[in-house]
Every structure is written in C-alpha cells, then in structure tokens.
Design a protein around this ligand. Structure first.
Ligand code: 5HY
Length: 244
C-alpha cells in the first residue's frame, strides 16, 4: 500500500501509476490519500499534521492484511510510528531514494520543491547515514501542487538538476517530491545521469523485503506502542498495541 501523506487525489493517482509501473507480477498496488491532512506538505507544520491520517491508513491496512507500505512524501512523515504499527516493512521515499542513489556513484544531489524543505532533506540524509554521500540539496522553488499545473515545471526542475550535478560534482540526482515521480525518466534522458524517484525505488524495495519474507523487527523500539487512552480529536488512536 502506497500512502500519499497529502490529501490531493491527483497526486495519489500519480503515485499509484508510478508504483504500478515498477511492481512485479503478483504485487497488488493500492494507493490511498490522507483522509485528514494538508493538501500538500511544504513545512514542518504540514508534516506534523499529516501523521495521524497516515497512521489511520496503516491501521486500516493492518486490518486488511497488507504486506508492506510506502510513505510517499519526501519528508518520510510518521515513518518510525508507522513501523511500530505495521507488521510488514514500511519505507519512506526519501530513505529509499537516497539508499538507491548511493549504489550509483560516489555522491548524489537532491532536487526538491521549496527552499524551506531543504533542511528536512539534510536531516534525513544525516539520519539515514547518507550525509557523506549526499553532496547537495537544491530547491526548484515550485510549490508541490504547481508541479502538476505549471507547464514550465519539467524544464525548471531539469535545469536545477543540471546545476546541482555541476555544483556538487555528484553522479546522480534524487527527486525530492512524490509529485516529480512521473518526470523521472524524461529528466534522466535530458541530463544524461541517473535520476532516482523515491516512489519507484521504495515500491521495488518493499516488494523485495516482502519477497524475502522480511518484516520490521519488533524486538526493541519498533515494538507495538504501549496501550493507553488518547483524548480529544485523537481519542480513536488509543490502545493500539494489541494489533501485532
Ligand atoms: C512530497 N510534499 O513528496 C513533499 C515534497 C516536499 O506534499 N509530497 C508533498 O516538498 O517536501
């Protein structure tokens, strides 16, 4: 199951299409949007408030026996909490894309949407042990939802990728938004370097973990959350611990 942490249906459709394009035979791809959250995620506030909806979809997936999950937003929102809830593997698209890009050369550059999200990308590179391999994080300054509507978007992102390769001396590009997933092949052809889309990379990696019958370890910090009541708007999220 691919979860689009924002609430924009057209982006969920793009994510589903790009995941299906790389799914193997026998892999059922279902993409769901955020039932309660921001239409796009471009700030820490957006990201924080996208998490309850993501976890609600994980809980539904667990009840439906879903094998694995992709959190399809470059901030990898709620990833650790999702791993506590889900039995099967959960990957974020930033995590998957950075690891995939690290196999393709000595260094990669991230090209994301707004400059204000660059700090989060650097934090994730650090968190995933990619600080040495991530040579630079660059913004094309196109808001997430204008990626679909701005006729210049592909050209602007392609130019940002070329500049990043030159400035950073990197070998590959990581696209810093799920909304760029369907531009991956064309941009790679134009810049003559590997371009990694996290939606596709995470889909193939989750599929591989499921094929290997590998699941998140429940031994330590990713054990099921302790049962407890929740209050207010979140009262429905309480005492989830007996789901695993
Ligand atoms: C994403 N936001 O992948 C991120 C990209 C970003 O709504 N989907 C979003 O700008 O951080």
């Amino acid at each position: 199951m691919r979860i689009n942490p924002n609430a924009t249906a057209s982006m969920t459709t793009t994510i589903e299409k790009c995941a299906r394009a790389v799914a193997g035979p026998g892999t059922l791809i279902e993409a769901v949007g955020n039932p309660m959250g921001p239409v796009s995620i471009e700030s820490h506030y957006d990201e924080a408030l996208s998490v309850p909806g993501i976890l609600a979809e994980i809980a539904i997936g667990e009840a439906d026996g879903v094998d694995g999950y992709v959190i399809a937003c470059f901030g990898d929102p709620g990833l650790d909490a999702a791993r506590e809830l889900a039995v099967g593997p959960v990957l974020g698209i930033a995590e998957a894309a950075m690891h995939a890009a690290s196999f393709l050369g000595r260094g990669f550059s991230v090209v994301t949407t707004l400059g204000r999200t660059c700090g989060r990308a650097w934090d994730l590179a650090e968190h995933y042990g990619m600080a040495r391999t991530c040579r630079g994080v660059h913004a094309c300054e196109i808001p997430v939802l204008e990626l679909e509507t701005d006729p210049q978007a592909q050209k602007v992102i392609t130019q940002a990728c070329l500049r990043a390769l030159e400035q950073d001396g990197s070998d590959a590009i990581v696209l810093g938004c799920a909304g760029m997933a369907d531009l991956c092949a064309q941009i790679s052809a134009e810049i003559g370097a590997p371009v990694v889309d996290g939606v596709a990379a995470a889909t193939v990696l989750v599929q591989s973990l499921v094929t290997l019958d590998l699941v998140t370890s429940g031994r330590n910090e990713f054990a099921a959350p302790p049962a407890k009541p929740y209050t207010g708007l979140l009262s429905g999220f309480g005492s989830g611990s007996d789901q695993r």
